[in-house]
Design a protein around this ligand. Sequence first.
Ligand code: ADP
Ligand code: MG
Length: 204
Amino acid sequence: MTTKTHPRKERTLVIVKPDGVQRSLVGEIISRYERVGLKLVAMKMLVPTKEMVEQHYTLDPEWRRITGEKRIKNARDKGQKPPSEDPLEITAAILVHLKNYMTSGPVVAMVWEGAHAVSIVRKITGGTEPLSTDVGTIRGDYVLDSYTMSDTDGRAIRNLVHATGTPAESEKEIKHWFSENELTNYTIVQEKILYDVNLDGIFE
Ligand code: ADP
Ligand code: MG
């Protein structure tokens, strides 16, 4: 296996959403990803435009269908009626709300690198709905929103963080938010302990 394709080189995009910045959780969120062993390779604060947000969420042509279906399944699992039977109708409304949400204040965009970065970051971040996601995740521990509340109030779910869903999407998402010269290739000393095949540099 070449260094380029080694799993430790996987990268993923994280965005602390406007509510995360307002809740003063940027440091806490960063430390969740840091403490597992991931390496920060880019970071910046910005106020996104609505165009950037729409493009970001539609980089994956399947996102509209998958996100609409996820909402329908969540309602079914709870014995509730979904807002519509048409996944695309649901997502059309979500996208309008998301554009308002994501442009309502500054966000902090970051790129994290390390073994299986995409799935590790998703695991630490938790599922879309804070109410039903696990305790111990960022979305489970620091916020209490639900589909019931976001539907009632006609807005996007506030869940503090965006994290890329799949390795195939991460490359596109990183390119969407960062230029190549904003990504820094460097080593942190703990990578030796995380990844060295023979831990032979410990004894004096
Ligand atoms: P995730 O961020 O967990 O990958 P999605 O990609 O499905 O979730 O959706 C993107 C974002 O849109 C979510 O993080 C959330 O802020 C918002 N969102 C998704 N589904 C809904 C919904 N049914 N109602 C309100 N907001 C939603
Ligand atoms: Mg997603």
